[in-house]
Ligand binder design. Structure first.
Ligand code: M6R
Length: 366
């Protein structure tokens, strides 16, 4: 059942090229220059008239929501707020009839997310569900939605659910951008073509496995780890840290790289591994200076860089090379080596990778 892999998690990491394709199949038509998502087409006006979009989710799905915030605001110019479902449901939030609430949930059974959408519905908002499990409670409770088609995810640590959620939300952003005319014709077309190439690039990024393994062997006994990223890759830093915490029990924190100087930099010494997501597209020069700041304090730098990078390579202790893609789509690629890194660290520490202590696959209690 694990298809020859030692763990479900590794199998699911390796399924990503094909499930991302399943997720955009029938929806993304790069040749015709269109995106068609039935759950969106039927309710396009709701999205176009929305004062804002509120995304509610928990854990990894919340991280996908953060990536979506950046993409939807950039592409479709609609204001987006992302909330932990557990906070939203208990804090008397302002919800209007013209709000669109997007609930993201792999299982579709998370109690806090379910309660958040019930609250949103009571206030007359339109609820759009992004779920993986077909027929799940959240998908049934939503007014409309889009499934992620990742197939069953057994490992408690979410991997393929995350990348397929980002795929769906990117398509949604592109669809809305097309309707609103907020992206130029050529940019829109370029993103469709690039999205089509993502599965191949994910496959290539899976080739970092040996490097990830070597780095994992070096850092398996670290008591702490920091993850830094900027822009679209800030949520990837959070996700990298969550993955390490939950399966290896190493304390890890994700931060926007620029926040370092407001506190976390005090933690850096020669014992502290710092994983920096530093692809060529995006705020490259800024991240290079962040890396210099870490180096001058003797932190151990593990950098995820674009293939052929020379500048970061000179500064970092270890580099993991990934294929190039545009800044907005990069989370789909940068996240792959971080999954592999945490996987091998957990394996070397002899942890129960698929069923970490204290965790359940779906959190149906509040
Ligand atoms: O099924 P959901 O997407 O609603 O689950 C949300 C979180 O419980 C989930 O992402 C959790 O954080 C994972 N264990 C992360 O790997």
């Amino acid at each position: 059942e694990k298809g020859g892999f030692d763990h479900f998690m590794l199998k699911e990491i390796y399924e990503q090229p094909s499930v991302i394709k399943d997720t955009y199949r029938g929806r993304l038509h790069a040749d015709k220059g269109i995106i068609q998502m039935s759950g969106v087409e039927d309710h396009l006006e709701k999205f176009l008239n929305a004062d804002r979009i509120i995304i509610v989710a928990c854990g990894t799905s919340w991280h996908a929501g953060l990536v979506a915030e950046y993409i939807i605001e950039e592409f479709a110019r609609i204001s987006v707020e992302v909330e932990y479902a557990s906070e939203f449901r208990y804090r008397n939030p302002i919800i209007n009839k013209n709000d669109v609430v997007i609930a993201i949930s792999q299982s579709g059974e998370t109690a806090d997310t379910m309660a958040a959408i019930k609250l949103a519905k009571e206030h007359g908002a339109f609820v759009f569900g992004v779920c993986n499990v077909v027929g799940s409670s959240i998908s049934r409770e939503s007014h409309a939605g889009a499934y992620t088609h990742a197939g069953p995810e057994i490992g408690v640590a979410s991997t393929k659910a995350f990348t397929t959620q980002i795929t769906v939300l990117t398509m949604l952003a592109l669809r809305l951008a097309k309707a609103k005319g907020t992206l130029s014709h050529s940019d829109f077309h370029r993103y469709l073509l690039e999205l089509e190439l993502i599965p191949e690039k994910v496959k290539e990024a899976l080739g970092t496995i040996e490097t990830a393994k070597e780095i994992a062997a070096k850092f398996k006994d670290a008591p702490n780890c920091l993850y830094l990223g900027r822009g679209y890759n800030f949520p990837v830093a959070l996700e990298g840290a969550l993955k390490l915490k939950e399966i290896s029990y190493i304390h890890a924190e994700g931060y926007p790289a620029a926040e370092m100087k407001h506190g976390p930099i005090a933690l850096i010494d020669e014992q502290m591994p710092v994983v920096v997501i530093a692809p060529k597209q995006g705020h490259y020069d800024k991240i290079v200076s962040n890396i210099q700041e870490i180096k001058s304090r003797s932190g151990k730098i593990i950098a995820v860089v674009t293939k052929g990078d020379t500048q970061v390579r000179e500064l970092a202790d270890y580099v993991i090379e990934i294929p190039e893609t545009s800044d907005a789509l990069s989370p789909l690629i940068t996240t792959i080596p971080l999954q592999l890194l945490s996987y091998y660290i957990a394996v070397y520490r002899e942890c129960n990778v698929d069923q970490p202590r204290n965790l359940a696959k779906s959190v149906t209690v509040e």
